[in-house]
Design a protein around this ligand. Structure first.
Ligand code: ZN
Length: 170
């Protein structure tokens, strides 16, 4: 999006130190890792990134992303929109050595810790990649209608009845 003044690469430590906020919209079509899961890539997602320093003097990044993705139901394959609502805080560290080990992370989860996930930041941090990551993580593993039949157009009704027949044969 050439009209977008937001730079893709940001110094997240300066953002945290100066409590900077950047917000904008990102074209859904530019989120290429998402494309396979979408039936339509038109539209955009709105995002806000806010840097902050917590009480322990650690740099954090608060990310929110909102918008709607045109996906397909994994049960009936008919259109199903998914409302993106990312609201996450990340603890920005300076190197991979500062990251928790997987064992530490697992223990923290088991202990019910709500400490923010650590992520390696930089002065050239790819915020668009982060937005894409967070959106992908927010999508349910099985994105399905609550009740498929109610959403089906009549022309697809035969599919459902064919499944019913198969179910009875079992
Ligand atoms: Zn469905």
């Amino acid at each position: 999006m050439s009209s977008n003044p937001i730079m893709q690469f940001q110094d997240v430590f300066t953002m945290a130190a100066e409590a900077q906020t950047i917000s904008g919209s990102i074209e859904i079509a530019s989120l290429t890792r998402l494309a396979d899961d979408l039936i339509n890539t038109s539209g955009a997602l709105n995002y806000t990134l806010t840097g902050l320093i917590n009480q322990q003097r650690q740099p954090h990044l608060h990310i929110t992303v909102q918008g709607t993705l045109a996906m397909a139901c994994q049960r009936c394959l008919e259109p199903l929109s998914f409302d993106v609502d990312v609201d996450n805080v990340l603890h920005m560290v300076h190197s991979e050595a500062d990251l928790d080990s997987e064992e530490d992370e697992l223990n923290a989860i088991l202990a019910g810790s709500d400490a923010p996930e650590k992520m390696v930041g930089s002065d050239m941090f790819d915020i668009f990649n982060l937005i894409e990551d967070e959106v992908i993580l927010s999508i349910p593993v099985a994105n399905m209608h609550d009740v498929c039949d109610e959403k089906l157009p009549t022309s697809s009704g035969q599919k459902a009845s064919a499944f019913d027949v198969l179910a009875k044969l079992k």
